[in-house]
Design a protein around this ligand. Structure first.
Ligand code: AMP
Ligand code: MG
Ligand code: MG
Length: 312
């Protein structure tokens, strides 16, 4: 009975369904071919897909959970206040997620305790350049400043079900309860690092060089990089730059933690995800599949490099 399902489980189940719909919007914009690219800043773009997918997600979640604070990456422009297509409002919930066991620590929370961080399209550079498998939709759910649940949806992931090609898959995680939507795999035998494809700089490269890795994978999006950790394609994600924002890391951090991994800044500190925090992750991102690898990477990064990022 829906009234007995804890709020956090309901929001996660709603987020899975709305991420699927947002992913279809992302594909539809690309199929139409009118991307409507806007340059927000240096190396920072927005497309019609980013704008529309965010409207779908925020309208759907705020209709069902009006007191939850939702923070999306894209700014709403004043001439954007009009009605959105009715088929962008999703009220369904994922049935598998609704059956998840909620940890005791999250059972008593109310809407006012929750902040949802939305990246409607993570990997916009890659989307515009045709690296479509890097693109994800991210919905991260934080409670009392801590990421506790999240969704990573991949609009261009292909599977064959019953002989038919199905586009898109959705990965989710809930603190102390588990993860779903993919097949977890152990880390690779040698150290494989994943990092940015389109936002590198000399400090980012310096932090990679000191890792002594057997391979460095350069792919787009925080969501896709954490998926590589979850699926055993890489073991550590290193990004010594202030470029990522809270909406990039909230969902990936929550899912990675639910799978036994860890995401912090380059200094080893956790980010906070309360409603009033500043959006940039100024001191970078360091994530690993387990504590041991996280600690290894943390100790390899030179003190001066940490100090340089901390001063920025
Ligand atoms: P990347 O690993 O470069 O694909 O970046 C992961 C996320 O952080 C994406 O949402 C990027 O847009 C964002 N990001 C990283 N670096 C920058 C930057 N220098 N300027 C703007 N956004 C960035
Ligand atoms: Mg992003
Ligand atoms: Mg984005």
């Amino acid at each position: 009975m829906s009234t007995t399902i804890p709020l956090i489980v309901k929001i996660l189940a709603s987020s899975v369904s709305v991420a699927n719909r947002a992913g279809k919007i992302v594909r539809d914009v690309m199929s139409k071919g009118e991307l409507g690219i806007v340059e927000k800043g240096k190396d920072d773009y927005q497309t019609e897909a980013d704008r529309s997918a965010q409207k779908c997600i925020i309208a759907s979640l705020s209709a069902q959970y009006p007191k939850v604070k939702i923070i999306g990456e894209e700014e709403e422009s004043p001439d954007d206040k009009g009605a959105i297509p009715s088929d962008w409002i999703v009220v369904e919930s994922d049935k598998d997620v609704l059956c998840m066991q909620c940890p005791a620590s999250l059972q008593g929370i109310c809407e006012e305790d929750i902040v949802v961080w939305v990246d409607p399209l993570d990997g916009t550079s890659e989307y515009t350049q045709g690296f479509l498998e890097h693109v994800t939709v991210l919905i991260g759910i934080s409670v009392n400043e801590k990421p506790v649940a999240g969704v990573i949806h991949q609009p261009y992931y292909k599977t064959i079900i019953g002989g038919e090609k199905v586009m898109g898959r959705t990965i989710w995680g809930l603190q102390e309860a588990g993860v779903g939507g993919y097949t977890p795999a152990p880390p690779p035998d040698s150290l494989i690092i994943t990092t940015t494809r389109s936002h590198s700089n000399p400090i980012v490269e310096q932090a990679l060089q000191v890792m002594n890795a057997s391979q460095i994978l350069r792919v787009g999006g925080a969501g896709y990089k954490v998926l590589q950790l979850l699926e055993g394609k890489a073991s550590v994600y290193v990004f010594a730059s202030p470029g990522c924002k809270k909406w990039d890391t909230c969902a990936p951090e929550a899912i990675l933690a639910a799978a036994g991994g860890k995401l912090t800044d380059i200094l080893g500190n956790f980010y906070k995800y309360g409603a009033t925090v500043s959006h940039p992750n100024k001191t970078g991102v360091l994530a690993a599949v387990n504590d041991e690898l996280h600690n290894y990477a943390l100790t390899r990064i030179p003190r001066e490099l940490k100090d340089t990022l901390a001063k920025k």
